[in-house]
Design a binder for this molecule. Structure first.
Ligand code: SF4
Length: 306
């Protein structure tokens, strides 16, 4: 790990990673051992490694998997579901599964196509559905905190993209902890200071079986392009990604971001249909999406009555 000027053997690496996670949980006051934690698990290396680490550290962490219904010629969703179930079974952990096709009658690619959103890519619809479902399950099942496996590469790429266009509202909201407010569960990212390759190394060294393939829709995405640019920078200047992210957090904490604070304070109220928080005057974006899609498709099966 050139950025830390540190080299460890396998055994010490497997001790070092959880120690660092524990340090970040405390430093950013993410959660305590008394709180109920819901980990969003996708079957990828980061989320499975995170679930593994939290349970080894003695936290009460249950998992949640969202079946997106994405095939892409590689059975992507089926395989990631299988690996997640397998991990939960092997470690005797509780896993909640929400399947978009069963729950709403709409797998993500169909939802994106029928709603005509995303210009051929379902990512915007997918992100909206995942955020909605994660918050719904956390709220309905009484979890104190929602935990995701975003790593430093993810966070640096988002930060880079938002900085390029000075996206003030998003910059103010980015960080290791997003506090609970107006019906939105607290969201935290304990892996936000780990490089992607560090988490891959952890998963391999720990023997975690995860899905190697990226989602087929990730190809050619803006975030992958930003990650590649940042990797070039990292190769020339080891530690550049970490410095970029940590200096941003420092500037935000000290009030040194040159963006308007009022943008982040949009008022939220409960959606009349699902009860989840929304800043729009009407139904939330997710309920409008489902309603519009169901109407255009002439009433698809699985419509929920909430
Ligand atoms: Fe969803 Fe797009 Fe990510 Fe695939 S790449 S999981 S479609 S957001």
């Amino acid at each position: 790990m050139r950025q830390h000027k540190l080299a460890l053997c396998k055994d010490h690496y497997l001790e070092w990673v959880p120690e660092q996670v524990e340090r970040f949980i405390k430093k950013y006051e993410m959660f305590t051992r008394e709180e109920k934690i819901l980990v969003a698990v996708s079957g990828g290396k980061d989320s499975l490694a995170l679930w593994d680490i939290l349970t080894r550290l003695g936290y009460q962490a249950d998992g949640m998997y969202i079946g997106l219904g994405i095939d892409g010629g590689i059975g992507y969703s089926d395989e990631s579901h299988r690996l997640t179930e397998e991990f939960a079974r092997k470690h005797n952990l509780k896993l909640h599964v929400v399947d978009m096709a069963q729950e709403y009658g709409l797998p993500i690619p169909v939802l994106a196509e029928v709603s005509h959103r995303g210009k051929g890519k379902p990512c915007a619809v997918c992100g909206l559905a995942k955020r909605h479902e994660m918050n719904r399950i956390a709220r309905d099942l009484g979890y104190d905190v929602l935990v995701t496996g975003h790593n430093l590469d993810d966070e640096a790429a988002v930060l880079f993209g938002n900085t390029l266009i000075w996206e003030g509202e998003y910059l103010l909201r980015q960080g290791p902890v997003l506090p609970a407010r107006d019906g939105l569960a607290r969201k935290v990212k304990p892996l936000c200071r780990f490089y992607e390759r560090e988490m891959a190394a952890y998963s391999i060294a720990r023997g975690i079986e995860y899905i190697y393939e990226e989602c087929p829709f990730a190809e050619g995405s803006q975030s992958i392009y930003y990650k590649e640019l940042l990797n070039q920078l990292e190769t020339a200047r080891p530690g550049a990604k970490l410095t970029f992210y940590l200096r941003f957090l420092e500037a935000r904490k000290n009030g040194n971001l040159f963006v308007e604070k009022s943008a982040a304070a949009a008022h939220l109220h409960a959606c009349p249909k699902c009860g989840q928080p929304t800043s729009t005057d009407d139904f939330c974006s997710f309920c409008r999406l489902i309603e519009k899609t169901t109407v255009s498709a002439g009433g698809l099966p699985g419509e929920r009555g909430n």
